[in-house]
Design a protein around this ligand. Structure first.
Ligand code: HEC
Length: 155
């Protein structure tokens, strides 16, 4: 059996990662990382919103599975995507984030707590309570966007 050296394994990984990460802008890895995080939140939140608004039929199991996805995605440590020096580039993140990092972090914590509560509420199968907590969770997205997200790219 052919022995795989550590160096060989790493070379293989690097070779693999180049094409599979083609959608990440290599000159702006932090901007790409945080935008990927928020895009994932958005694409999980949106179908739940369609259900809450009645655009698609209410289905407790599907709603609960999206709520779990949102809760789990929320836990990802997006903080490192706001590393010092990543204020510029292709981004809608306002520079105020970096001068108010404690407040930004507390808004992120509020969102994570709301998403955790949404997953818990959804699992109980009371659609009225789920709708209410969905709206509350959306409020935590908005609270952060109002302060820290620009409508258009800044640079
Ligand atoms: C703590 C602050 C904060 C919270 C909470 C937050 N966002 Fe954002 N969001 C941002 C910032 C900042 C950006 C801009 C990132 C950038 O362009 O670098 C952003 C960008 C986005 C984007 C655009 C992503 C892209 O493709 O570039 C979407 C969609 C989005 N947020 C949805 C949501 C949803 C939905 C929620 C709640 C479920 C949420 N966000 C919660 C701060 C937040």
């Amino acid at each position: 059996m052919k022995k795989m050296t550590l160096a060989g394994a790493l070379t293989g990984l690097i070779w693999l990662s180049a094409p599979s990460m083609a959608h990440i802008e290599q000159t702006e890895p932090f901007q790409s990382l945080r935008q990927s995080y928020f895009a994932l939140l958005g694409m999980t939140f949106a179908p739940m919103g369609d259900m809450v608004k009645g655009k698609i039929e209410w289905d407790d199991a599907r709603f609960t599975s999206w709520a779990n996805d949102l809760h789990h995605a929320a836990q990802f440590g997006v903080e490192r995507g706001f590393a010092p020096g990543s204020e510029t580039g292709t981004t809608r993140a306002k520079p105020e984030i970096w001068s108010n990092m404690d407040d930004f972090q507390s808004k992120l914590d509020d969102f994570r707590a709301a998403a955790a509560q949404l997953a818990e509420t959804a699992a109980q199968g009371d659609s009225a309570a789920s709708r209410k907590q969905f709206v509350a969770t959306g409020g935590t997205c908005k609270a952060c966007h109002d302060e820290y997200k620009a409508k258009d790219y800044l640079y």
